[in-house]
Design a protein around this ligand. Sequence first.
Ligand SMILES: [Zn+2]
Length: 381
Amino acid sequence: MKSVSSKVSTCLTRRRFLRDTTLLAVAAAVRAHAAQELAQPLVQTVLGTIPASKLGVTLPHEHVMCDFIGAEHTDRHRWEVATVVKRMLPFLAQLKERGVTGFIDCTPAFIGRDPRVLKRLAQETGLHIVTNTGYYGGANDKFVPRHAYDETADQVADHWVREWENGIEDTGVKPGFIKIGIDEIENDFPRLSPIDEKIVRASARASKRTGLAVTCHTGGGLAGLAAAKVFIGEKADPSRFVVAHSDGHGLPVNQTVAELGAWVSFDAISRKPLELHLRLVRAMAERHANSLLLSHDNGWYEVGQENGGPVRDFNYISDVFLPAFRKVGASEATIRKLTVENPAKAFAIRPTSALLRDRWVQPIQQLQQIVPTPRSQPERF
Ligand SMILES: [Zn+2]
């Protein structure tokens, strides 16, 4: 028969055991939760990171402002932050009224990117606004800073990674993606210009180092595919690459881009006839709804013009396109995918996994068939 003291001691031991295991269980749960938190994809907005799931209905390709004077002359002294904010605020507020909560600003450095303006607009409206790093090689390279010509692709990527690590200029605002641009290329020699190819290569390397997505302005479908080829050739994750202005590229190119695992961005909605976009979006959504992004490429407070000149609003998709899309039979699930789920996936920060290695082979082979490899040239970058 056990003594009273031994009973008490057994009881205490059991209680301690229970307490300790409970503590262990709680600790394990906390750790699991923390791991989950870490695994939860994030989007970098101008006000900080948010879970990608909180981005909501999003326009993935718009512009608050632009300065077209060129890389050598653009500078902050050319505009007043308060004036731009005052002019653009009503347009962004109208978006909020329509239930749009995410706004990806695609104006790159040297064309009027100003995180101070975007930050103020985000604070005033509550919109999740995302800005970018990168260089724009479209428009015959008018907006490419001189130093990029003398540097290697890695050195160019270093500038962008530094902005990702330290913030843009003195603002502390971090870029949420990489925005680049390329010019159109000729059919008989389908190769990007050396500077454009260097910019795409740098974007792939910066994307691998940061986990940021890349939106690539394209002069045409051939250039878009050539850029994808360079990007994938760098063993970057195809799902980190958004082919902008795809609504001018034709369905076969769009389908190929989707099959490669990259994003097809129809971002001229409101700037072409409604019927054209309805046809394009329906055709793509049939088999490639998971790869499609929709936006206007609107806005454009233009520096140097009286009060920014004529600004194009961001309401057409909400007011005209989606109601028409519903009328021709689009389901709410498809609309949610195109307006909420896809932008969140495209712009979530995601490190390139080594597991993707197997995925590179097929896209590259596929691309070899579509874009003929031009006369062999020495690797210059
Ligand atoms: Zn644009």
